[in-house]
Ligand binder design. Structure first.
Ligand SMILES: Cc1cc2nc3c(=O)[nH]c(=O)nc-3n(C[C@H](O)[C@H](O)[C@H](O)COP(=O)(O)O)c2cc1C
Length: 356
């Protein structure tokens, strides 16, 4: 029977199991450069069939939080190399998540300039800045002639990721960041070729995906979406139609996987979405995420609802999650107070099972 512990062929990679470590921002890269502590953290979790790195900004313009790593400079390449090397040395695989935060940022990160977005629509809520929480500002609407430059940032970051030794990239099109801001009609009020109809709102994601696929090969590219996630003040009037279109268009580009956050991380959902419709629209691998445990994960794979299952907080707190699932061992409890920022405590000191 196929389950979480069955191997999986993803593009050219043979993954040892179907458990994915979900992308988890941990704010432990001061200055944006990955470091030795991060190498230890990821290497501890190399038993996952696939690790998706924390969101990593593709440019200085893409930053939205303190101490997040980047994937666009030579120094960052040198910082990532020991991380990808350590994961590979343990037989694991790792993709980097390409991140542009758009309006979920603050002028403090941009020398006082406004963050950019599809439209000048201020999200409700507050930004995490280097000096604490501050209200979100109304972002600056990107001019039409700036959009090719955004696509180029993603292409460049994908090329940089290959130099850093990643097995592939995940385009972050979820959770209210720049590409998601283009997708959903509450944050995108444009009247040009990038706003209005579903086709227009999906255009940026497809241009980015095409550029990244042309750079590194579609078999090394995944896309993450979150059709019902209200986190970061996101809303859409018809997410089923929007995301069915996204899944169909990405299928035509032959990207390796579609990674779907199936839950809302904040607030009530505006409209229910049938995730299995997305699965049927998409020919590649489907990674399910959101409040899965071992039983639900195995059931999703056995029924064919998903090819792989991504675990977020469970991987954060259990470096050897696949081993624990296999043995039905108890799980460590995640400590929320150490999620974002800090040192090794709550990061690399969650215990593993004995090596017996
Ligand atoms: C501390 C923390 C950091 C996160 N950072 C990211 C991120 O960088 N990129 C992303 O796409 N999702 C991020 N997420 C969302 C997780 O990937 C995942 O979707 C969420 O935790 C739900 O999965 P779970 O129920 O298995 O934890 C983060 C979640 C947490 C708790």
């Amino acid at each position: 029977m196929t389950d979480l512990f069955s191997s999986f062929r993803l593009g050219g990679l043979k993954l040892s199991n179907r458990m994915v470590m979900a992308p988890l921002t941990r704010n432990r890269a001061p200055g944006g450069t990955p470091n030795a502590l991060m190498a230890e953290y990821y290497s501890q979790r190399a038993g996952a069939g696939l690790i998706i790195s924390e969101g990593s900004q593709i440019s200085d313009q893409g930053i939205g939080y303190p101490a997040t790593p980047g994937i666009h400079s030579e120094e960052q390449v040198q910082g990532w190399k020991p991380i990808t090397g350590a994961v590979h040395a343990k037989g694991g695989h790792i993709f980097v998540q390409l991140w542009h935060c758009g309006r979920i940022s603050h002028p403090d990160f941009h020398d006082g300039e406004l963050p950019v977005a599809p439209s000048a629509v201020r999200p409700e809520g507050q930004a995490f800045t280097n000096t604490g929480l501050q209200d979100f500002v109304t972002p600056r609407e990107l001019a039409l002639d700036e959009i090719p430059g955004i696509v180029e940032q993603y292409r460049h970051a994908a090329a940089t990721a290959m130099q850093a030794g990643f097995d592939g990239v995940e385009i972050h099109s979820a959770n209210g960041y720049l590409i998601d801001q283009f997708l959903r009609d509450d944050s995108n009020r444009r009247s040009d070729a990038y706003g209005g109809s579903v086709e227009n709102r999906v255009r940026l994601l497809l241009e980015v995906s095409k550029a990244v696929c042309a750079e590194i090969g579609a078999d090394k590219v995944g896309v993450r979406i979150s059709p019902v996630n209200a986190f970061n003040d996101m809303h859409d009037s018809d997410p089923q139609a929007l995301f069915n279109h996204v899944a169909t268009a990405l299928s035509e580009l032959k990207v390796a996987y579609l990674h779907v956050v199936e839950v809302s991380m904040a607030g009530e959902v505006d409209h229910a979405v049938d995730m299995q419709q997305l699965r049927r629209c998409f020919a590649g691998a489907y990674i399910a995420n959101g409040s899965y445990d071992k039983v639900r994960g195995n059931a999703a794979i056995a029924s064919g609802a998903a090819d792989m299952v991504a675990y977020g907080t469970a991987y954060l707190a259990n470096p050897d999650l696949s081993k624990r699932f296999l043995r039905d061992a108890p799980l460590n409890t995640p400590d929320q107070s150490t999620f974002y920022g800090g040192d090794a405590h709550g990061y690399t000191d969650y215990p593993s099972l004995g090596s017996d």
